[in-house]
Design a protein around this ligand. Structure first.
Ligand SMILES: [Zn+2]
Length: 123
């Protein structure tokens, strides 16, 4: 009888663990990179919107800046600006994070649909 109890406890713990892992996975997939987009603006005008879930390289402003999207993160990998500040900036993936290239007037901004107005309205 004692053995049986232990087994049941084990199953219960495993079930809870599975649910916990699933919850985290669902959160990562829905709230994380799957729902995020990189918005590329030149001179304040939107040039394009790209999904962070698709690995790609984007030529901005006819090639003055090259943005790379890889593993759910956006990173400026090339620029012809003199300061190269945008290239040194960290990869971005979180809502409202941005990479700015002042000399070329290029802005890359992350928008996650997780924090959409929809949430605010339902609250
Ligand atoms: Zn730059």
């Amino acid at each position: 009888m004692k053995m049986e109890f232990k087994k049941k406890d084990g199953i219960l713990i495993l079930t809870i663990l599975c649910i916990a892992v699933l919850t985290i996975l669902v959160h990562v997939f829905i709230g994380g990179k799957g729902a995020s987009k990189a918005i590329v603006k030149v001179n304040g005008e939107i040039q394009g919107v790209y999904s962070l879930s698709e690995d790609q390289e984007i030529e901005i402003n006819h090639g003055t800046n090259i943005l790379q999207i890889k593993n759910g993160k956006a990173d400026m990998i090339e620029a012809d600006c003199p300061d190269q500040l945008c290239v040194y900036q960290k990869k971005i993936s979180m809502n409202h994070e941005s990479i700015i290239c002042l000399p070329n007037r290029v802005v890359v901004e992350i928008e996650s649909s997780e924090n959409s107005e929809y949430d605010a309205v339902t609250n």
